[in-house]
Design a protein around this ligand. Structure first.
Ligand SMILES: Cc1cc2nc3c(=O)[nH]c(=O)nc-3n(C[C@H](O)[C@H](O)[C@H](O)COP(=O)(O)O)c2cc1C
Ligand SMILES: CCCCCCC(=O)C(=O)O
Length: 377
């Protein structure tokens, strides 16, 4: 796709990234774990759902506005940016471009703790009006995590997103083949060289997947529910658990006082064989009820996917790779293109489904293709 051409969908941005990014970077961004079964399922599961649109409803005005976390976070649309590490591999402006595009689109950005731009610089680019949350991994050395929390609070991030599906890195075979490592001109900007070398393993080491080795050395595999309490003890910010797939865990999360649950399989990069997130969503919504917000990420590439997730009970959806593909296409402008495409597609899908506001979306709008087919036979 030439830069002068009109981009009509997220898949075109991905095609562009495939042919323009260095292989090391594209493979890292696009890969799922093992046989990538869940990666395929994250898309396929949306294809197994059908809409039952309603008719003769006034859809001349559509309001995509939403408020999250008990009304404390108001957004122009429920389409938000998932945390993805190392965005400067996609474009020299990396997370700065994402933060600016998020603010311009009145979207919410979650910054990865493994960003190639610092917490403070991203906050400055996102600005006073920007909506930003900060994603956390818990390090063996708790002081490292506590320091990140403090910096996020001081820089105006309004929630913490604790990723709980990554005690160790999933098996990403392309990264192993490529000996994936962060290019030498980039660094994990939130950590000092001393922090990242503390255990003698650097993300730039030239063996195996440098990333997997670094994670094994740094990340605390002993994490349990007591550590959620620990996090609550060091911050007043709302906490969202990212990486929940089981209704039992969703119930435990609410019992532990979290304010949000992000139904996620980490973009199918961790345990291969887990369900698509759109399949896991209804069970979690049923378990949690209205006790906290439920969000979804994974395989969202169309406004129709967003509509399905919202109808099935997600309060907002997050996109990971689409933002990276936008970045690779044209930096800040590319991310805006990705967000705008999804917002426009959502608006159109809502109109065609007979819905003018998010409160109109109910599970009855979506049926399983197999159930519907059998019912008709
Ligand atoms: C390249 C890449 C890097 C990621 N980095 C992080 C990260 O640093 N922290 C995190 O919690 N999730 C991370 N994720 C997972 C995303 O937040 C999100 O769950 C996933 O990308 C959603 O699926 P999608 O890419 O199909 O939209 C990463 C995903 C990708 C693809
Ligand atoms: C503790 C795991 C760090 C992984 C960093 C980036 C990431 O999440 C990914 O999927 O890659």
């Amino acid at each position: 796709m030439a830069h002068s051409q009109i981009v009509t969908c997220i898949d075109e941005l991905e095609q562009h990234a495939r042919t323009h990014l260095p292989k090391n970077a594209f493979d890292y961004y696009s890969s799922g774990a093992n046989d990538q079964r869940t990666l395929a399922e994250n898309r396929a599961a949306f294809y197994r759902l059908r809409f039952l649109p309603r008719i003769l409803r006034d859809v001349s005005q559509v309001d995509l506005g939403v408020s999250l976390l008990n009304g404390t976070q108001t957004l122009a649309s429920p389409i938000c940016i998932a945390p993805t590490a190392m965005q400067r591999m996609a474009h020299p402006d990396g997370e700065i471009a994402t933060a600016r595009a998020a603010a311009a689109s009145e979207s919410l950005m979650i910054l990865s703790s493994w960003s190639t731009t610092s917490i403070e610089d991203v906050a400055a680019a996102n600005g006073n009006a920007g909506a930003r949350w900060f994603q956390l991994y818990v390090y063996r050395d708790r002081a490292v995590t506590a320091q990140l929390v403090k910096r996020a609070e001081q820089s105006g991030y309004t929630a913490l997103v604790l990723t709980v599906d990554t005690p160790i890195l999933g098996r990403r075979e392309a990264d192993i083949r490529n000996g994936f490592r962060l290019p030498p001109h980039l660094r994990l900007a939130n950590f000092s060289e001393t922090d990242s070398k503390a255990t003698g393993v650097s993300i730039t080491d030239k063996k195996d997947s440098g990333l997997a080795a670094y994670v094994a050395a740094q990340i605390d595999q002993t994490l349990t529910w007591k550590d959620v309490k620990w996090l609550q003890s060091i911050t007043k910010l709302p906490i969202i658990l990212k990486g929940v797939l089981s209704p039992e865990d969703a119930t435990l999360a609410v019992d532990h006082g979290v304010q949000g649950i992000l139904v996620s399989n980490h973009g199918a990069r961790q345990l291969d064989g887990v369900p698509a997130t759109i399949e896991a969503l209804p069970g979690i919504v049923a378990a949690v009820g209205s006790r906290c917000d439920v969000y979804l990420d994974g395989g969202v590439r169309r406004g129709t996917d967003v509509l399905m997730a919202l109808a099935l009970g997600a309060k907002a959806v997050f996109v990971g790779r689409p933002v990276l593909w936008g970045l690779a296409y044209k930096g800040e402008e590319g991310v805006q293109i990705a967000l705008t495409l999804l917002q426009q597609e959502l608006k159109l899908a809502m109109q065609l489904a007979g819905c003018s506001k998010l409160a109109d979306l109910t599970p009855s709008l979506v049926v399983s293709a197999s159930t519907y087919t059998h019912a008709k036979l």
